[in-house]
Design a protein around this ligand. Structure first.
Ligand SMILES: CC/C=C\C/C=C\C/C=C\C/C=C\C/C=C\C/C=C\CCC(=O)SCCNC(=O)CCNC(=O)[C@H](O)C(C)(C)COP(=O)(O)OP(=O)(O)OC[C@H]1O[C@@H](n2cnc3c(N)ncnc32)[C@H](O)[C@@H]1OP(=O)(O)O
Ligand SMILES: CCCCCCCCCCCCCCCC(=O)OC[C@@H](O)COP(=O)(O)O
Length: 366
């Protein structure tokens, strides 16, 4: 193990990273709160300010991935679509099998300049996670309870609010609705069988209602669906704790740009289209398993320095008062921050995931 790698695994380094993340995050949350009156005067200005404030938080995690752990992210995509990425609104459909898949998504957002403004259809529980969840409230992230009867109205309304958003964004949808586990896979394949749908090997059966409502409400605003399939080389199982320890991973993302006009408007046809998409995604994962790569050329955008510069700025600002690192108050604060971050990281761990999708459903076999 090299000296640098040894340093990255030191608890003191983790304490400092957690301290900077928590204190800067809370400062940003406070600043976001101060923008509330501005929403009444100029909504678009308030949105633009919040995009930049949010960047200060989420880019710290991107910096940890790109600069601290040195994780490599490779993009497989059609070179003709490449110039459009970041220059239009898009709905991103991503597989949900890895604890850091959202962070790899954020990395690409940063590389295409849409990190501060990007959105997701997120489970309601995440709205209460300090810093990230609170920040999302000001970014107009769309939350759902994963109960369609309650979600259909609120999700549609939140999506309508995004129609006049002042900057380009990617709207991320994990159509599987929950992280992949063998048990959830087994249950969802029973549902697939009961619906007469082909079985998937690498994905859970997609939930189609969220996709349909998103496409319908963002039609005319979003130009395309980016069908994205993520995998890691050498069967890596990346975690946030691994990133914090400076472990380097190798992410491969395969993206196909599909113009929104190609997606059927009718709900049943749209659902069938999504099921077919997931069958194709499954075949891409099979290709990856067999060959170690996705089909097509790679055109990776380079990592940008802004996430690192932002991180260093906050480190300098917040570590200056800590010059006497043995100061008892500072250490107590760092420990508390570290415990808080450990709890937040727990939210990303699949073992601690929800039971959504675990329950066997009564099957209606025709
Ligand atoms: C160039 C680079 C390109 C790309 C870069 C990549 C990415 C970057 C992009 C953006 C990044 C931005 C931000 C990211 C930051 C952080 C993200 C972090 C995390 C948040 C993620 C989450 O919280 S995921 C969980 C919440 N989201 C969802 O659940 C979305 C999917 N779900 C739906 O759409 C649902 O339909 C719903 C939530 C709207 C409603 O849920 P409900 O449970 O009520 O669903 P359904 O009505 O769909 O369910 C009933 C129907 O489903 C059938 N059923 C029953 N059991 C199962 C089962 N186990 N599996 C599948 N289907 C099942 C049932 O039979 C019903 O069928 P019907 O025929 O009646 O529909
Ligand atoms: C540089 C500082 C590093 C500090 C790390 C701070 C950690 C903050 C983590 C908060 C991240 C919140 C996003 C979690 C996304 C996620 O993974 O959600 C899971 C849901 O999709 C599905 O849930 P489930 O049904 O349980 O599978």
């Amino acid at each position: 193990m090299g000296v640098l790698q040894l340093l990255k695994s030191q608890f003191l380094c983790h304490l400092i990273i957690c301290y900077v993340f928590v204190v800067s995050g809370l400062i940003i949350n406070l600043l976001q709160l101060c923008t509330l009156p501005l929403w009444l005067v100029s909504k678009q200005l308030a949105r633009r300010i919040n995009i930049r404030l949010a960047y200060c938080v989420s880019s710290q995690m991107v910096a940890a991935l790109e600069w601290w752990s040195g994780t490599e992210c490779t993009l497989y995509t059609d070179p003709k679509s490449y110039p459009l990425y970041g220059n239009e609104n898009a709905i991103v459909v991503l597989n949900h099998s890895f604890e850091i898949d959202f962070l790899c998504g954020w990395t690409f957002c940063d590389r295409f300049g849409v990190l501060g403004s990007s959105k997701v259809l997120a489970k309601k529980e995440l709205a209460y996670v300090p810093i990230i969840g609170w920040m999302w409230y000001f970014l107009e992230i769309v939350f759902c309870k994963r109960k369609w009867e309650e979600d259909r109205r609120t999700v549609a309304q939140s999506l309508q609010n995004l129609r006049d958003y002042p900057e380009n964004y990617w709207f991320l949808l994990y159509c599987e609705g929950t992280r992949f586990t063998p048990k959830k896979h087994q249950v969802s394949m029973q549902v697939a069988e009961s619906k007469g749908l082909p079985k998937l090997k690498y994905h859970l059966l997609p939930r189609t209602k969220g996709f349909w409502v998103t496409v319908q409400n963002l039609r005319g605003t979003a130009a395309a669906v980016y069908d994205s399939t993520l995998n890691f080389r050498n069967n890596e199982s990346p975690t946030l704790l691994g990133i914090l320890n400076g472990k380097k991973y190798h992410a491969d993302l395969y993206v196909r740009r599909i113009p929104l006009e190609m997606i059927p408007e009718d709900e049943a046809e749209c659902a069938a289209w999504l099921h077919k998409l997931y069958q194709e995604k499954d075949s891409f994962q099979e290709h990856y398993t067999q060959t170690g790569c996705f089909p097509g050329p790679t055109v990776s955008p380079p990592r940008r320095p802004w996430s690192l510069i932002n991180w260093l700025f906050w480190c300098c600002l917040l570590l200056y008062p800590l010059d006497n690192i043995l100061n008892v108050l500072s250490l107590t604060l760092s420990f508390t921050a570290s415990l808080g971050v450990r709890w937040m990281i727990g939210q990303t761990e699949i073992d601690k995931g929800s039971s959504y999708g675990n329950k066997e459903v009564p099957l209606n076999r025709n």
